[in-house]
Design a protein around this ligand. Structure first.
Ligand code: FNR
Length: 387
């Protein structure tokens, strides 16, 4: 179908399934075990209802957001998804260019098919980008990568903490990857296991020993001393790139993260690709917001510690529910993969434009002209609580 016939983000998935190479479809669409978490990620949103308010002036609607200090035209970002070239020859660059055009932020995956430099170079001037980090057993490699990324202007470091071992994605495992073209192979991989699906083939370097105590080390490698440009050669600490933990799944770990002094968390189960029966991010959000308040006296949203959610978000209404409950922004993964697999960069642009239109209309109908007007009173979570 022509792009103009694509009316929502679900449509991209239906088309992608028909046109994508089988292996790419298997890698992108698969999730762990019986894919119960994958399904729940989306259906959890169906249990949250709006409490729309009327007779508020909704002539002008503003849904621009500030994410880790960076401006975004919408309260979403394109989350990290590995192996973009499986779906389209331009891989991740489809996302970079569309993100630049629409003023949204792309999170670059460690395991991108395009090189990190290619993706950074493809950004337009002033276009912020985040980096998703898998931590190497060889910490020296991780240190070099992080410091290089910081030098290249990365605005947020999202350390993935839900993948000490890659989950069991059986659809993907049934595919054999010995015939991956060289540019589909990923440098970081090291020892490559070729016949267990893409996920396993690329993930053997990830350190399962990573723990809370390591966060101090990340802070130490990101905050560097620089010589002040002005007058006397005094030493000044520049504010380091913000560190965010991606893959927090309980309020206990959210509290630990806040105490550890990182700048944010992503409530995520990796799109259902890691532990099946991990809870959906939106459901965890409700607990997290409450416990940050009672355990630490912290109210959200705030500038110091931002909460993000991802998994199963397909409509602006999903995003607005998360914002109302305290999230700063929401990550979206597969819909953009499906969009560029079927239509290249234009597909991603169409997806972003659809979301843009949905935000405008939904906020008008909810009676919230700005994101600040969204609060927990505007959603009814009783069905989640009762569930
Ligand atoms: C992912 N995700 C992911 N996360 C991460 O931290 N590092 C990675 O390399 C990848 N790779 C990856 C590949 C593919 C094909 C998918 C679908 C997902 C997880 C991703 O960042 C995010 O958590 C989920 O994709 C969000 O769910 P939705 O929007 O895809 O439903």
């Amino acid at each position: 179908p022509h792009l103009s016939e694509i009316l929502n983000l679900h449509d991209f998935e239906a088309i992608a399934r028909l046109v994508m190479p089988e292996k790419a479809w298997a890698y992108y669409s698969s999730a762990a075990d019986d894919e119960i978490t994958l399904r729940e990620n989306h259906t959890a949103y169906h249990r949250i209802w709006f409490r729309p308010r009327v007779l508020r002036d909704v002539t002008v609607i503003d849904f621009s957001a500030t994410i880790l200090g960076q401006r975004s035209t919408m309260p979403i970002y394109i989350t990290a998804t590995a192996l973009g070239k499986l779906g389209h020859p331009d891989g991740e660059l489809n996302l970079t260019r569309a993100a630049g055009k629409y003023g949204v932020i792309q999170m670059i995956p460690t395991l991108a098919s395009c090189s990190f430099d290619e993706i950074v170079d493809a950004a337009v001037s002033g276009q912020p980008q985040f980096l998703q980090l898998y931590v190497n057993k060889d910490r020296e490699r991780t240190r070099e990568f992080v410091q290089y990324a910081e030098k290249r202007g990365i605005k947020g470091l999202f350390i993935t903490v839900d993948a000490p071992q890659l989950g069991r994605r059986e659809k993907d495992m049934r595919m054999k990857f010995e015939d991956l073209a060289p540019d589909e192979q990923v440098k970081e991989g090291g020892e490559i296991i070729r016949n267990q699906g893409a996920a396993r083939a690329i993930s053997t370097f990830i350190d399962p020993g990573l723990c809370w105590a390591d966060l101090e080390w990340f802070k130490s490698i990101t905050s560097r001393m620089i010589v002040s440009k002005h007058s006397l050669p005094t030493l000044t600490t520049v504010s380091a790139v913000p560190i965010i933990l991606k893959g927090i799944q309980t309020w206990e770990d959210a509290v630990l993260a806040a105490k550890a002094g990182v700048q944010g968390i992503v409530l995520s189960n990796h799109g259902g690709r890691q532990l099946d029966f991990a809870p959906s991010g939106i459901e965890v959000l409700i607990d997290v917001v409450q416990k940050l308040k009672t355990e630490l006296g912290m109210t959200v949203p705030n500038e110091r510690f931002q909460i993000f959610v991802d998994g199963g978000v397909r409509r602006a209404t999903d995003v607005l529910k998360a914002i109302a409950l305290g999230a700063t922004a929401v990550g979206i993964g597969r819909p953009f993969l499906y969009a560029f697999s079927a239509y290249g960069q234009e597909g991603v642009e169409r997806a972003l434009s659809i979301l843009h239109d949905e935000f405008e209309m939904d906020m008008r109908l909810i009676g919230a002209p700005t994101l600040k007007d969204l609060n927990p009173n505007m959603v009814d979570t009783r069905s989640i609580a009762a569930h």
